[in-house]
Design a binder for this molecule. Structure first.
Ligand code: PMP
Length: 409
């Protein structure tokens, strides 16, 4: 049973009424992106109908409305992350841009030859490639926390990697490919004891767990709006305020300066120094509306409900003969990754699509972790709080039909 009215929640997401291939859509691709409640869609329309203006620069009524809406959204992000100050919340395009910003700003200024950056074997390419590029430029070294056969990080091995050369540990709170929830607090504490900074990738976690950056004590936290029921093209880089103000600007342009002459330029403090040019104003406002929506349901209620649904889905998937679940850590959230003996993952994805069921099949932009399990690709149903047991049953029935058997329920 959901601690909220699941039928009402489902009605808040108009796309769930969509028909695909003659069937009602079953959306199980939430790890790739989430759908938007009507309140977010309405907020975007309201912005363009009543508030649209560039922010800060013009002294007129609509500029004031747009600025209030944009800065109001930043304050909502602050509350959502429990940051100390809204100045610690920089609007960016998404998690990928946030990580690249830290790599190119802090990384270029602070990483030198033979320094070490630690990532985990679970990482999305977005939390591997920017560090690899930085290491190549600086002659630094990338090291990797290994996982066990369940897909959980091995902390004893991690402890051995930490040392005086470690400058940064960058890792994910939840794996997008396996669903593993990593012991973030402990990993962060160990990194800080070794004198390293920590970037936590919250792209998969913000829609399932409370992200309390003060309790976690991470130096940076990144997420994408579109994975938490907000529009695409907007995301957040959180950073501790003093640290952000020590970091050199990444992109130059309007908005990020205090004063410009041809001889020299003074930059704003954070967040302004990292928001050059006209930002994604309406979508930031949409992110604020999505946070309001999540707060109304309650992230703890969401997590508790999804946990029950994950247990149910895991139990039902295990009924399918020849199905191998990848990622069996005790601490998991929302993601089920599997391969089906005798079928290519694309075949499974296409068969499900014919029945209106959306899952991702592929490498999920996390090739290293799939290869750790000897695979190039898995089928990945992933849950959100608007999914229900009927969605899981539809998936199981479709898989059973694909195998030519009959579903047992
Ligand atoms: N990290 C993780 C764990 C992700 O799942 C994703 C998105 N799949 C990203 C980073 C990158 O997010 P985006 O593409 O929205 O920038």
């Amino acid at each position: 049973r959901a601690p909220f009215d699941i039928n009402l929640v489902r009605r808040d997401f108009p796309i769930l009424q969509e028909r695909v291939n003659g069937k009602q859509l079953v959306w199980l691709d939430n790890a790739a992106t989430t759908h938007k409640p009507q309140s977010v869609i309405d907020r975007l329309a309201y912005f363009y109908a009543h508030e649209n203006s560039n922010i800060h620069r013009a002294a007129h009524e609509l500029a004031a409305r747009a600025t209030d809406a944009y800065e109001g959204a930043r304050e909502k992000v602050r509350g959502f992350l429990n940051a100390r100050s809204a100045n610690e919340c920089v609007f960016v395009r998404g998690a990928t841009e946030a990580i690249n910003l830290v790599a190119q700003s802090w990384g270029r200024a602070n990483i030198g030859r033979d320094d070490e950056i630690i990532v985990s074997h679970l990482e999305h390419h977005a939390n591997i490639v920017p560090w690899q590029m930085l290491c190549a430029e600086k002659g630094a070294r990338l090291r990797v926390i290994p996982v066990d056969d369940d897909g959980q990080l091995q902390l004893e091995e991690y402890a051995k990697l930490l040392g005086p050369k470690t400058r940064l540990v960058a890792f994910t709170q939840i794996s997008n490919a396996l669903g593993t929830v990593t012991p973030a607090r402990q990993i962060i504490e160990m990194a800080h004891s070794a004198g390293a900074k920590v970037l936590l990738d919250g792209a998969q976690s913000v829609s399932h767990l409370r992200a309390d950056v003060q309790a976690l004590d991470c130096d940076w936290f990144v997420f994408s709006g579109h994975k938490v029921f907000a529009p695409t093209g907007i995301g957040v880089l959180y950073g501790k305020e003093a640290l952000l103000n020590e970091m050199p600007p990444w992109q130059g342009g309007g908005n990020m300066i205090r004063d410009v002459t041809f001889e020299s330029t003074q930059y704003h403090d954070a967040p302004g120094r990292f928001e050059a040019g006209t930002g994604n104003i309406a979508d930031a406002v949409g992110l604020g509306a999505a946070i309001d929506y999540v707060n109304r349901i309650g992230i703890e209620n969401i997590g508790a409900y999804e946990h029950q649904l994950l247990l149910y889905a895991t139990h039902r998937l295990k009924e399918i003969p020849g199905l191998r679940l990848i990622g069996t850590a005790p601490d998991k959230a929302a993601v089920l990754s599997f391969v089906l003996e005798g079928y290519k993952t694309e075949e499974v994805g296409a068969a499900l699509n014919r029945e209106g069921i959306a899952v991702r099949s592929g490498h999920h932009c996390a090739q290293p972790i799939l290869r750790r399990f000897g695979l190039e690709s898995t089928v990945r149903p992933s849950l959100a709080f608007y999914n229900n047991c009927a969605d899981v049953d539809a998936l199981i029935a479709a898989l059973a039909r694909l195998k030519g058997g009959r579903s047992s329920f």
